[in-house]
Design a binder for this molecule. Structure first.
Ligand SMILES: [Mg+2]
Length: 324
């Protein structure tokens, strides 16, 4: 260990330091509290062994400064004082010191205390390591809980949270938010013809394409259900959304994932519904999803491989635009 020894009495300091040195530890010395503090910041010792009575700042001052300089850490501070100052030692312990030694320092006691402090130090480090591991595990679990294992996209749970956040953000900034809900056309037929392993690969491929479409940092792609996918597009107007779904359709045309059993096209196609709004106090995720789902249904009904969006903000309106 590295031990910082602080005492204004050079004889005491020298004696304690040579003892600690003889126990095989590294010693740094300081003759006053301010000097000690700068040594502490520079060398980050494992233990501070400090006299309480010192001119200018005393040992209690030093301890408070040390605690302040190492937020989140805990370097043991051991006070040195004469037995006749028992009251002062008690005050030091109350103020947060970890231990004390009485002068004159007995070598055996000093050695034993340093051993105990080293055990404490090792335990503390183990604790820090464990809490780091725990934090990492926690982060991984948080991620897994919000993501779909097959595609790596947000899962339903992650999507719900992301949509809530996006609505709140768009409401706060009073900017449009677009939600696209889509569904792979004839996916059941795909599975029936090519098997479930191929079906999974198809979902992965579609997931990749969806992720590629969520290009801006705040865009989110999700696997909403079995073969349903969703895009959350903040700051996207209705015309911007129309341009994007048109591009989506081209992306799937270009990717040309073979779908030999599709009555719609030779490749995997999507049908989608999209909804754009500037959220107000009454906007809910459920209402947006319902509207997008109704629009998706219209796209399916009107022939698939297309996107539909209802006209205007009126939720009763049944007219809309189809984007190919
Ligand atoms: Mg002194």
């Amino acid at each position: 260990m590295t031990v910082l020894v602080v005492d204004d009495d050079a004889a005491v300091r020298g004696h304690v330091s040579s003892l600690i040195d003889s126990f095989g530890h590294r010693v740094i010395e300081a003759a006053d509290a301010e000097w000690a503090l700068s040594m502490f910041k520079k060398y980050r010792p494992d233990v501070v062994l400090s006299d309480i009575d010192m001119p200018e700042h005393d040992g209690l001052w030093l301890m408070r400064q040390v605690r302040e300089a190492e937020a989140g850490h805990w370097t043991p501070v051991v006070f040195l004082s004469s037995l006749s100052r028992a009251e002062q030692l008690a005050e030091g312990i109350d103020a947060g010191a970890d231990d004390y030694l009485t002068k004159p320092v007995h070598p055996r006691v000093l050695e034993a205390k340093l051993r105990a402090l080293r055990r404490m130090r090792a335990m503390q480090q183990r604790l820090v390591e464990l809490s780091k591991q725990l934090e990492q595990t926690n982060e991984r679990l948080q991620r897994e809980v919000a993501h779909d294992g097959l595609t790596g996209l947000l899962n339903r749970r992650g999507f719900d949270q992301a949509l809530q956040n996006a609505i709140a953000e768009a409401r706060r900034r009073q900017v449009p938010l677009t939600l696209v809900l889509c569904d792979i056309d004839h996916f059941k037929t795909y599975n029936d013809h090519l098997g479930h392993a191929a079906g999974d690969r198809c979902l992965q491929h579609v997931g990749m394409l969806m992720q590629g479409l969520a290009r801006r940092p705040a865009d989110r792609a999700a696997r909403y259900g079995g073969e349903e996918f969703a895009l959350i597009l903040p700051d996207t107007s209705r015309s911007g959304a129309a341009t994007l779904v048109k591009a989506m359709r081209r992306v799937f045309q270009g990717a040309a994932l073979s779908h030999p059993a599709s009555p719609t096209a030779g490749h995997v196609t999507l049908s989608g519904g999209f909804v754009t709004c500037v959220p107000d106090a009454n906007t809910t995720a459920e209402a947006l999803l319902l509207r997008a789902d109704e629009a998706l249904y219209m796209a399916k009904r009107n022939g698939r491989d297309r996107y539909f969006s209802f006209e205007g903000e009126d939720s009763r309106s049944q007219t809309g635009v189809t984007v190919f």
